[in-house]
Design a protein around this ligand. Structure first.
Ligand code: NAD
Length: 717
């Protein structure tokens, strides 16, 4: 087997280059760790070596962390804890070896990669947007297991460390330098040279081996004494519980591990980290989050076409029809990726408004220092607008985001086809009109596809690509690849009312409405679903989406699917009183002049069938009805072939709707609960609410055959 590590001695410094063969990124695995041990032995033995540098051979990653496959091999919590303790030993050798180690970090330095860097005597970061440092373990339901919970607080202070450990967020090179996570920042081209120099400086004692954390005055005040630290821990715990609603045990475990390092000896700190790492590796939450990791990884490799896929066309310029809310968002994210965009709207004022909206999105990134002023100017200059079709003759992909009206969509499709080059793709961003209906006006239906972005476009991670039986495979491959280039997680679904995401949202929203029909309290419904793990409650979501939009979409769904997807009486009646939700500053909730949401608008009850006579419905009942309505509908989408794989259904729900990630997704819920048990629970619900909870045929079949959507052993996807 070819090795991952190579060592050359340069001017008395051992330069250890990590370059995992056959992999795009460097990862720690048992085999790699064994190689590290051998390299440490070699460095220790070679008395001519005075210092060492750890550097990556990959273009844009330092070390991406542990190989996740390994986590699936743990046989017990104790076994996982043992692995963590092994990791500690390795890091100890970096920290306490005969020679000082320098981490030369360019690109992603994540998890175990950052933990190894923290054990080094000195860290240099490459001045590049590619350089990001993070401990993302909590995002997998785990805690850092190779000393991160102990060495990070020592290096950057308690508050900065908790901020990183509890969120898993990325820290860029400059910020790393500011908070003391890095000791020096240099241009990537001189990273190696400077690292060698620093290793020698450390060996000769011309620079200090480790800089202790220097907290600023405020930080020091809080962290410098036991009472202050207790306050920091208490506040972090309260905030964590409030944010996570207790669903993510790794957050509390991480806090406990960090606290152990402060309250007890160093050894106790490390032992606590190892024990809790082991425990977390065996939580159901971690299993679901690791599943989502595999699901997204596998989706990234999916061309969107089953079998041999034609190569995607390169999109050198994007056309966008309609410079409204969605059109501007789509234009902005294209410009961010360096793709020139040509806008078309009907009036100059609309074009100007669109350009301004694009500028706002791009400028926000400048304000947050995610781009330089030059990059911002360059991106902005890529977007231009027109009221005719000038500049569209060399556009290979056009995304339509005009009014949600079939006649308007047909008109622009015909106009566009007259000017676009042969073979150009016409993608529609419609949210409710079946793609085959839009395609009816086309002279070549094979070039028509749906690209359903979610709002706000620059924030929402999902893109649904919707294909009709006529859509050509190269059109699918190209739109999928382009969507991914725009930074989206892309699922490909077949054309049907509501596509996938809005289809499963419909029964969920309807069920919330039915509860209101019966007299349930608005805040009880929202709170129950927040407790279930959704980021917003369904009634708040109705206000956000707009009651008019929800009403239209509800009508389309009930026309397509009948009684099962019949909207609630409440929605129609409340809409009839002129309430539109947040955009009209009047909905189920109160809004102030600026549109800021307040409490429930009690006066809305007068417009509901139950009037002011409200009833109490238990949290469990609310959750069961809403969640199972969505789960059952997701199963139907598999059954009807709307989804190409269960994986896409789970990713679509988590990324498109915010289905609680720790539950893995609606189809994972089927596997967790068991198809037979779900059939039983749906039947019980259906007996009480006839017609809405008839178990999907596929669910019954799975129950009878004792089947699951995903493999029960080995890799989850
Ligand atoms: P919008 O009203 O903000 O923008 C529509 C724009 O299209 C307007 O600027 C209008 O002037 C322009 N337009 C109308 N007729 C045109 C024509 N013939 N040629 C060129 N431009 C024309 O609407 P929006 O919210 O951006 O929605 C656009 C599309 O995106 C709709 O199909 C909608 O269903 C879909 N969509 C919207 C959302 C959302 O949350 N708003 C989400 C997903 C999809």
């Amino acid at each position: 087997m070819s090795s991952a590590l190579s060592v050359v001695v340069d001017d008395g410094v051992a330069v250890v280059t990590f370059d995992l063969p056959g992999e795009p990124v460097n990862k720690f695995s048992k085999a790699v760790i064994a190689e590290f041990v051998a390299v440490f032995d070699e460095v220790e033995r070679n008395s001519s070596v005075v210092g060492a540098v750890l550097i990556s051979g990959k273009a844009d990653t330092f070390i991406a962390g542990a190989d996740i496959d390994q986590f699936l091999e743990f046989t017990s919590a104790a076994d996982a804890a043992r692995e963590s303790a092994e990791g500690h030993k390795l890091m100890d050798r970096l920290e306490h070896g005969r020679v000082p180690w320098v981490a030369a970090i360019h690109g992603a330095c994540l998890g175990g990669g950052l933990e190894a860097s923290l054990a080094c005597a000195y860290r240099i970061v490459g001045d590049s947007p590619k350089t990001v440092l993070a401990l993302p373990e909590v995002q997998l339901g785990l805690i850092p297991g190779a000393g991160g919970t102990q060495r990070l607080p020592r290096t950057v202070g308690l508050q900065a460390a908790l901020d990183m450990i509890l969120t898993g967020k990325n820290v860029r090179a400059k910020k790393a330098l500011q908070i003391g996570l890095a000791d020096e920042m240099v241009h990537p081209s001189i990273l190696r040279t400077v690292a060698i120099r620093r290793a020698k400086d450390l060996a000769q004692g011309t620079i200090a081996r480790r800089r202790a954390h220097k907290a600023d005055a405020k930080g020091a005040l809080l962290e410098g004494n036991p009472v202050g630290r207790a306050v920091v821990f208490r506040q972090a715990r309260e905030m964590t519980l409030k944010k996570s609603r207790g669903h993510y045990p790794a957050l509390l475990a991480a806090l406990e591990a960090v606290a152990a390092g402060f309250h007890g000896s160093e050894a106790e700190g490390f032992a606590t980290e190892a024990r809790l790492f082991g425990e977390m590796a065996f939580t159901p939450v971690s299993r679901q989050l690791i599943f989502l990791f595999y699901a997204t990884t596998s989706l990234k490799k999916d061309t969107g076409v089953s079998g041999e896929a034609p190569p995607p066309a390169k999109i050198g310029k994007l056309g966008v029809l309609g410079s409204g809310f969605m059109g501007a968002g789509i234009a902005a994210i294209s410009a961010m990726q360096g793709v020139p965009v040509r806008f078309k709207d009907t009036k100059h004022a609309a074009v100007a408004k669109g350009l301004l909206a694009v500028r706002d999105v791009l400028h926000d990134r400048l304000r947050k220092k995610q781009v330089t002023r030059q990059q911002f100017e360059d991106q902005l200059s890529l977007v231009s607008g027109t009221v005719d079709y000038s500049g569209f003759s060399n556009v290979p992909l056009l995304i339509e985001a005009v009014f949600e009206d079939l006649a308007v969509k047909h008109a622009v499709l015909r106009e566009a086809e007259a000017v676009l080059p042969p073979g150009a793709i016409f993608a529609t961003n419609t949210s409710t009109i079946p793609i085959h209906r839009v395609a009816e006006a086309s002279r070549d239906r094979s070039r028509v596809v749906g690209m359903h972005f979610f709002s706000p476009v620059h924030k929402m991670p999902l893109l649904e690509v919707i294909v009709t039986p006529q859509t050509a495979p190269d059109v699918v491959a190209t739109t999928v690849a382009f969507g991914r280039r725009l930074g989206k997680t892309v699922i490909v679904v077949n054309d049907a009312p509501g596509f996938y995401v809005n289809r499963i949202l419909a029964p969920y929203i309807n069920e919330a409405g039915k509860l209101l029909d019966e007299g349930a309290h608005i805040e009880a419904i929202d709170r129950a679903m927040l407790d279930y793990g959704f980021p917003v409650g369904p009634v708040t979501l109705l206000d956000e989406v707009g009651l008019d939009i929800a009403g239209k979409s509800g009508a389309i769904m009930s026309a397509a699917f009948g009684e099962r997807l019949q909207p609630s009486a409440t929605l129609g009646q409340v809409l009839a009183t002129g309430r539109l939700g947040r955009k009209g500053k009047k909905g189920f909730y109160l809004y102030d002049e600026k549109g800021k949401k307040g409490g429930v608008d009690e006066s809305v009850y007068a417009a509901t069938p139950a009037g002011s006579k409200r009833i109490d419905v238990s949290v469990a009942d609310i959750q069961e009805r809403l969640a199972l309505a969505m789960v059952n509908e997701a199963v139907r989408c598999v059954e009807e072939g709307i989804l190409r794989a269960p994986r896409d259904g789970d990713i679509g729900a988590v990324f498109g709707i915010g289905f609680p990630p720790f539950r893995g997704g609606p189809l994972r819920v089927v596997d967790t609960v068991g198809a037979a048990e779900l059939v039983r629970r749906l039947e019980a619900l259906n007996a009480k609410h006839p017609g809405r909870f008839e178990p999907a045929k596929l669910l019954r079949e799975m129950a009878a055959a004792n089947k699951t959507f995903y493999p029960t052993t080995g890799k989850p996807v």
